[in-house]
Design a protein around this ligand. Sequence first.
Ligand code: FBP
Length: 262
Amino acid sequence: MRPFDDTPLSRDGKSLILAYDHGLEHGPVDFEPVPETRDPEVVWDIATHDAVTSLAVQKGVAEAYAPSYEDVPLLLKLNGTSNLWMGEPDSAVNCTVDYAAELGADAVGFTLYGGSNNEIEMAEEFRDAQEAARHYDLPMVMWSYPRGQGLKNDTAPDTIAYAARQALELGADVAKVKYPGSREAMEQAVAMAGPTKVVMSGGSKTSDRDFLSTVKGAIDAGATGLAVGRNVWQRENPHQFLDALEAVIYEEAPVDDALELL
Ligand code: FBP
């Protein structure tokens, strides 16, 4: 396992990954609330905020923009699928670790859909990527998202604990999991992950108070931070909202204090 604190993903042992792979994963619909966000430069500019410890993007966006934003740590997402795909959850490997390293990635990311009928293949693809990441000393972040025909509730506490554990068992340095609904359930997930750091996945946009309270709950439960997209760049005030997240994540500020920054 790669010592997390030595990675560019860490600021004082905490982390805020800004995710911007939605153009592939969800399509243009995610840019509708703030149409300027269809321009990757707008989100790279947001990612220059001190609270952001890396920007997660797909290969094409990295090729086009990373050279202009060398100060923003690059988390290259190795696999991803469009929302046009209607089959059992799966994710094409779009980039090799070799090429991610060539592009200057500081870390790599990989989605695993545990419980999908494609889990075996995805885990084998993850194996290759994880071992190559070790070769380049790149931290590996797993988007650990149980999902598929057999799964009724993909945020149930046991499911999220299992997702966190899968990340540890398969050799991820960081597990990105959905919030399982309570602080206790998040604590269980963090405990299951052992030395693998757990970051909470953002999800669709909610109110300022609701989102900051959920993040606070995750941090208090031992999560290392957050991997968030829409809840930052679908807001009209993303920089201010990052100030508030910075207070909650790095300064462990109460939600009411963070809200005053907005
Ligand atoms: P959000 O904070 O906007 O949910 O982004 C996090 C993320 O994992 C993105 O990296 C990815 O595009 C998206 O969520 C996938 O969401 P889902 O698979 O739940 O639709």
